[in-house]
Design a protein around this ligand. Sequence first.
Ligand SMILES: [Zn+2]
Length: 222
Amino acid sequence: MPPGRPGRAAYPVVSEVGHRLARVYEGVVQDLIDELGRLPNVGPKSAQRIAFHILQADPADVTRLAEVLLEVKDKARFCDRCGNVSQDSLCRICADPRRDQTSICVVEEAKDVVAVERTREFRGLYHVLGGAISPMDGVGPEDLRIAELMSRLSDGTVTEIIIATDPNIQGEATATYLSRFLKHMGIVITRPASGLPVGGDLEYADEVTLGRAFEGRRAVND
Ligand SMILES: [Zn+2]
């Protein structure tokens, strides 16, 4: 047994009996590959690579992975107010009284909240739409959390909405729809300045570029 690698030492035993167990393992391994392949951006080859990585991994590491998968479904949820990932009914941003309650940054996904937070340019609140308008994918405005956004605007506290959807076709369509929808509400509607990489996701923009785009945000006039 190589020192310091007790988990790996057990692995050759698998190949020793692997032939005999091949048919039994095939089913389970295929199940794992199928499940992994259902994850976003994981193709069949990646699914196979991850499955075999798991097969060869230290059992303690796999147990930790399995536990955290169950735990995230058990404990993590979405903020009742903004739709961000949260452990409580309100996320830490909505629950923080130091955040500027007069501005809301509208983003497509919770991961975009992280991208904007990294820039440290924005101290207001967020609203996660849960996607973008995409007729080809059958996603219309009614599928997004727009009604929830409207109810947050009803008491007049919010004076600025920053529409920070992704700089791609769906994101632009969503921004145009939202700005038209909101324009009669007496709220300043802004969009981050141009300069973000077109066609990509907000999360892929580096924090300096995204920070500058926020700093130079402009009112939408249409
Ligand atoms: Zn929240």
